[in-house]
Ligand binder design. Sequence first.
Ligand code: 5GP
Length: 187
Amino acid sequence: MNKKLYVISGCSGVGKGTIINEFMKRNGKDFVLSVSCTTRSPRQGEVDGVNYFFISKEEFEENIAQDKFLEHAQFAGNYYGTKKKYLKEKFEQGYNIILEIETQGALQVKEKMPEAVLIFIAPPSIKELENRLRGRHTEDEATIQKRLAQVKVELERSQKYDYTVINDNVERAVDEIEKIAEKEISK
Ligand code: 5GP
C-alpha cells in the first residue's frame, strides 16, 4: 500500500503535541513522527536525535545551500527544517510519516509533494490558546508575545490546508485524524 506524508500544524500552545503523542500511541506501528533539525536550544528534557537534531546556524545554512531540506523555515528567531534523506529512509522502512511543522514549511511541502495531506489543528478560541501557552511555563513573556503574533498569520495560512481539526477534546481530535488517515490511505 502507498505510504503517505501527513503534515500537522497548529498555533503555538494549541495542544498539537498532545494530540500527536496520542495518535502515535495508537498508530505507532504504521506511522513515524519525523525528527526535524533546528537551531534553537534544547528545552529541559529534550534529547538530541529524539525531539530534534539540534544543530548550529552554520550547519543549518550549509544544509540549505546543499539543498538537503524538503522544506525549512524561520520561526521565532530560529531555523527549523525537514531533511529529505530522513523522509526517504522512513518511507523505505515502510512507514507513513507525520511532520509536525509550522505553516510556511507545510505550504512548501504541499508545493513539492501535492499528494501530502495537510491537517491544521485549531484552538476552540484564541483566548483559550493564550491560556494554554501561558500555562505551559516554558517560554518568557517576550517569546509568548512573539508567538501570539504568529497565531493570526498561521490561521490565515491554514485556509490552504486539506483539513482543519478543532482541539476541543484530545480523544475526539485523534479519532478525527484517524478517520482522515483511513480515508486518505484508501484513496
Ligand atoms: P518548538 O520550538 O516549539 O519545538 O517549535 C516551534 C515551531 O516549529 C512549531 O510550530 C513546530 O511545529 C515547528 N517546526 C518543528 N520542526 C519543524 C520543521 O522541520 N520545519 C518547519 N517548517 N517547522 C518546524
